[in-house]
Design a protein around this ligand. Structure first.
Ligand code: F6P
Length: 328
């Protein structure tokens, strides 16, 4: 807990954008103002802190944004903030505005920055997990994952139509950085025959054997969903391997890419963001510092920022067994 009374807070989005970030900004701004705080928007994440791109917000600044993807505050992955000089300038700028509390909406890189910053300077930082990757410990949900995974499902369903029409083997690569959540969830929901994720070692021989066996019994429509961060995360390379081993397979690749980051946030993401945004301000008001606001078993949960960064969520191996059975 921190004893300094928070009166002026800054809010920023940092790292890769995720659908629902705007809903979180809205919740922070309006909860702050409701509680008599002055609220400042910081543009382009930590870069805006360093460049003093900081402006006062009011309730109207966040009107009509809950339904919009992207982030009205813009975002960046700041190199300058990784340097002591960059952080010193950032702190000077915060002092100029009298800001004495920060809310950072972002992923693990953003939380690492916040942790270092608050170790060096006396400024309470509250993190909100905004990432499509869902690769943060201390929360069951992250702002943007639900929308991203539904975007992937919608796209894969469309691919299935044409894949089925042509009896093809499709390899679909989804995002997630080092995490396999988008691949696992979208793969299960679209009935993928194989799902390759970084959290589980991929047995290539097993994959080839299962595809060969399906080919023999004329099950020619096969969907392989791969997470970009896995051993075989590069879908084009995986296709080359499969083609070499199963020359008759009619294969195609689709890399979903940044489409997964955009779009109007789902109802779920708007709710998560609104809930977490409210508790971010409440946390600053009651003197919490350097924690991430998460949700575990539908209840708000606080995790020290360094723990949220170091530990990852775990993917239950049971799911991989179920995938095999359901795809037979
Ligand atoms: O962290 C979100 C994410 O979309 C990852 O899934 C992906 O690996 C990365 O960001 C892409 O980053 P960029 O937008 O810089 O290409």
């Amino acid at each position: 807990m921190n004893s300094t009374k928070v009166t002026k807070i800054g809010v920023m989005t940092s790292g890769g954008d995720s659908p629902g970030m705007n809903a979180a900004i809205r919740a922070v701004v309006r909860t702050g103002i409701y509680n008599g705080l002055e609220v400042f928007g910081i543009v382009r994440g930590y870069n805006g802190l360093i460049e003093n791109d900081i402006f006062k917000m009011d309730s109207r600044s966040v009107a009509n944004i809950i339904q919009r993807g992207g982030t009205i505050l813009k975002t960046a992955r700041s190199k300058a903030f990784t340097t002591p000089e960059g952080r010193a300038t950032a702190y000077e700028n915060l002092k100029k505005h009298g800001i004495n509390g920060l809310v950072i909406i972002g992923g693990d890189g953003s939380f690492k920055g916040a942790q270092t910053f608050s170790n060096e300077y006396d400024i309470p930082c509250i993190g909100l997990p905004g990432t499509i990757d869902k690769d943060i410990a201390g929360t069951d949900v992250t702002i943007g994952f639900d929308t991203a995974v539904n975007t992937a499902v919608e796209a894969i369903d469309k691919i299935r139509d044409t894949m089925d029409a042509h009896d093809r083997l499709f390899i679909v690569e989804v995002m997630g950085r080092d995490a396999g959540y988008i691949a696992l969830h979208s793969g299960i929901a679209t009935g993928a025959e194989n799902i390759l994720i970084p959290e589980t070692k991929t047995d290539l021989e097993d994959l080839i054997a299962s595809l060969t066996e399906k080919e023999k019994r004329r099950k020619l429509v096969n969907l392989v969903v791969v997470a970009e961060g896995g051993e075989y995360g590069d879908a084009n390379k995986l296709e080359a391997i499969i083609k070499e081993r199963i020359p008759n397979a009619d294969t195609r690749v689709c890399i979903l890419g940044h489409i997964q980051r955009g779009g109007s946030p789902s109802c779920e993401d708007r709710l998560i963001a609104s809930h977490m945004g409210y508790y971010a301000v409440e946390s600053l008001l009651c003197g919490r510092h350097n924690v991430m606001v998460g949700v575990i078993n539908n209840k708000i949960h606080y995790t020290p920022l360094d723990k949220a960064v170091k530990e990852k969520q775990k993917i239950g191996q049971e799911w991989m067994k179920i995938v095999k059975i359901l795809a037979s």
